[in-house]
Design a binder for this molecule. Sequence first.
Ligand SMILES: NC(=O)c1ccc[n+]([C@@H]2O[C@H](COP(=O)([O-])OP(=O)(O)OC[C@H]3O[C@@H](n4cnc5c(N)ncnc54)[C@H](O)[C@@H]3O)[C@@H](O)[C@H]2O)c1
Length: 388
Amino acid sequence: MKQVVVAVLGACGWMGRVHSNAYAAMMRQFPRLGAEVVIKWLVDDNEAGAHEAARLLGVARVGRDWREAVADPDVDLIDICLPDALHFEVAKAALQNGKHVYCEKPFTDTGAEADELVALAQRTGVITRVGHSFPVNPVHQLAREIIRSGEIGDITMFRGTQHVDSHGDPRAPFIWRLDGELARTGIVGDTGSHVFSFMDYLIGEVDELVAHCPIVFGERPDVPGATYGGQAPALETGRTRKVTNPDAGFLICRFKGGAIGTIDFSRIATGKRFTQRYEIYGTKGSITYDYDQITRLNLFKLSDTPGQQGFRAIDVGPEHADYRSFLPLPNFGLGYNEIKMLEASKVIASIVSGAPAWPTFGDAKRIVALVDACMASHASRQWETVRN
Ligand SMILES: NC(=O)c1ccc[n+]([C@@H]2O[C@H](COP(=O)([O-])OP(=O)(O)OC[C@H]3O[C@@H](n4cnc5c(N)ncnc54)[C@H](O)[C@@H]3O)[C@@H](O)[C@H]2O)c1
């Protein structure tokens, strides 16, 4: 059995914990992977937290400096769960050291950086993958199969939306995600990129778009230790910080295949704790999806008997291998953490087989190109060509 030695960078954050828990449970959850996954390093600025996690997970090494783990010859896979601005530098160093790289989204801040990493990854021949996790849910594999089979005909329209309400309250404190230095593209790279990942996975490339991506709240309370999702300010400090990246995005796009898309996303949808939906219309039918019913796809077909037409709810169940990895019965529901486990298992499967899987750095480059075009269009107030 192949051993895959992993270093998790940013191990004490939200994603770092999700990824390391996925590796720790992987061999029991996915016994047919044919790999023994060993976490060798947990790296985080929060050294005490990393030590505690290492004790609980039986991890050998803890560090504050990601460079040590990246240079370790024992390590096969560098898993990047650091804030966005660090992704490019860390991924580049990992690729230069011949490591496989699994990087959280957005994997770079600009298309130029994405080009550089894609070229580097091609030269080294390693496995790369970006954490655009939502399409990994087997319900979207089903949507893709239906679309590719031609069952709903030629795609004419896409509507996609994803909102959180982490910053709908103007009193919600400043966190790194609102800092243009640490997250250059704000909600566009953060949440927009999730909608873009559905577009890439299900529909295909976009030719051009026009976007409005405003900063809605120009400043926020500066509360030391504030974390994502901490709804109200823990204390009034009287200090504020400037928000330097977009809070929301609204766009219209034209896909290469001719379909039109309308997309909106934000972090300011007060009361909408987490909303993710898409609607895909074709010449023979349509598909709709709503995260509130996480493993359900709604399918409409014009070929159904007139008078009996309507949306049919399809709940993915154990007939889909990825669902069966967790549950023997349909409609028990998969959760976000299980979908991240599936994603991590696919990284390991790619390393074992040598077969890359969507979204590689090369695929995610198209998603970065959409983010780039949104930022350019917001600045120019014009339609922009997407540089795929
Ligand atoms: N795929 C998804 O659904 C999803 C969800 C959430 C976050 N993300 C992405 O994951 C990444 C991390 O987000 P998060 O929410 O886990 O953030 P977080 O703030 O919870 O965690 C980041 C961690 O990195 C550590 N850190 C920061 N700078 C460091 C440095 N220089 N060296 C070592 N450690 C450092 C912090 O101490 C923290 O523990 C982001 O790029 C984000 O966009 C993806």
